[in-house]
Design a protein around this ligand. Structure first.
Ligand code: PMP
Length: 412
């Protein structure tokens, strides 16, 4: 088995992980982008400790009052008349399955449309609907029937070789072509990530989501925003759907909802889509009280007055610093992001994707600079991701970028 490191980390605080020998590492990617509040956030820890002292678990038949508190809080922020929710999942993968099951049950249609380069999870079904054959090819059974993949709005490497501004949204046109010619003729939903996270921090161009919404309305397709990475303040908004005015019919959440890495997931939907019977999508630990408490206390922090404005402000700082790096190093083809969700597209002399350099940067950041980063595994694997916790201080943002600068200077 491959391991990233032989270090054994004992404790963590904020964005720091401390190993056995007392060496501190800066985590520039919030674990797996899930520690929205960093390691051991005191408010979440104390609420969990209190809950552990009272009750850790009971059957989901009795957890509704707890779950409803979380859902009500989420719904306060939700766009487009989303006013119902489901919280019986533990992972983003099954939350996405919940959403697609709902869409199929509601529409009585079969097909699921998703983007090339998208990542919706690693259960067999979520792998199947994700837009990258590389994940599927080792598991021949994971191709999902009725899953239709369509080109992603990846402007830096436009699938239609257009340059931004003159494209006439051929990637949206391609979706209506796929609906007309490649689907079974019975499409239930389209699932999208507001920013293609694992695909390489790809942000669709202005006007894309408006066209997508129109298309979904024309064909009566349910639009699902997979906000497993972008949700809970990551972009400076509770939901990226608000930032990009996506107007989805459903939103799926996981990762950051658990604040300090506690597994929990949720599906939000318009009330017309609240069609599942309890037994139709429910997992033993799905509304476990520790998970629900983590979500509740995380939302308490994220919705404190000024918290999201602070994320927006820190996002501008981080973005500015990374743009400066992109000016300094020609090997950074593009620095793109919003809020605290950034990616550096690493390129060679002719702008071709440079996966080796990406991997070298991530390795050296860890060994030489004690900085934890991650690379994209999807697409060309040539994007270095920078996504620190929402609680990262301004000084820590500067420190992350300084360490990254040293690494970039040493990697040729
Ligand atoms: N959707 C997106 C956008 C993700 O990034 C991920 C995980 N990387 C998932 C779904 C799956 O979430 P989980 O790992 O909790 O199943």
């Amino acid at each position: 088995m491959q391991t990233l490191t032989t270090n054994r980390f004992r404790t963590g605080k904020g964005i720091k992980l401390i190993d056995d020998s007392g060496v501190e590492y800066l985590d520039g990617v919030s674990g797996t982008f899930n520690l929205s509040l960093g390691y051991n956030h005191p408010h979440v820890v104390s609420k969990i400790q209190e809950q552990v002292g009272n009750l850790t678990h009971m059957s989901s038949s009795f957890t509704e009052p707890y779950v409803d508190e979380v859902l009500d809080h989420l719904i306060e922020y939700a766009p487009n008349d989303i006013n119902a929710g489901w919280m019986r999942d533990i992972t983003g993968s099954t939350a996405n399955e919940c959403a697609t099951k709902i869409a199929q049950k509601y529409t009585q249609s079969t097909d699921i449309i998703s983007l090339y380069l998208s990542h919706h999870g690693q259960t067999q079904f979520a792998t199947g609907i994700s837009g990258n054959a590389f994940r599927r090819k080792r598991f021949p059974n994971s191709a999902v029937a009725n899953s239709v993949h369509v080109p992603a709005p990846y402007c830096y490497r436009c699938p239609f070789k257009s340059s931004s501004g003159d494209c006439e949204y051929q990637c949206v046109e391609a979706i209506s072509d796929a609906i007309e010619y490649a689907s079974s003729g019975s499409v239930a939903c389209m699932i999208i990530e507001p920013i293609l996270g694992n695909g390489g921090n790809i942000i669709p161009p202005a006007g894309y989501f408006k066209r997508l919404r129109k298309l979904c309305d024309e064909y009566n397709i349910i639009l699902i925003a997979d906000e497993v990475q972008t949700g809970i303040g990551r972009t400076g908004y509770m939901f990226a759907s608000e930032l990009f005015d996506i107007q989805p019919d459903m939103i799926t959440l996981a990762k950051g909802l658990g604040g300090i890495g506690v597994p929990v997931a949720a599906v939000l939907m318009q009330s017309r889509l609240n069609v599942l019977e309890k037994h139709e999508h429910s997992f033993t630990s799905g509304s476990n009280l520790i998970s629900v408490t983590a979500a509740k206390s995380t939302l308490e922090v994220v919705s404190e007055p000024g918290f999201l404005d602070d994320v927006k402000r820190k996002g501008e700082i981080l973005g500015g610093l990374l743009q400066d790096l992109a000016m300094k190093y020609p090997s950074i083809g593009e620095a793109r992001g919003v809020g605290l969700m950034w990616g550096l597209e690493m390129v060679g002399d002719n702008n071709e994707p440079d996966t080796d350099k990406t991997n070298a940067i991530i390795d050296r950041a860890f060994t030489d600079e004690h900085l934890i980063l991650r690379g994209s595994r999807y697409g060309f694997g040539n994007v270095v991701k920078v996504r620190p916790s929402l609680t990262t201080t301004e000084d820590e943002l500067v420190e992350i970028v300084e360490r990254l600068d040293s690494v970039l200077a040493s990697v040729h």
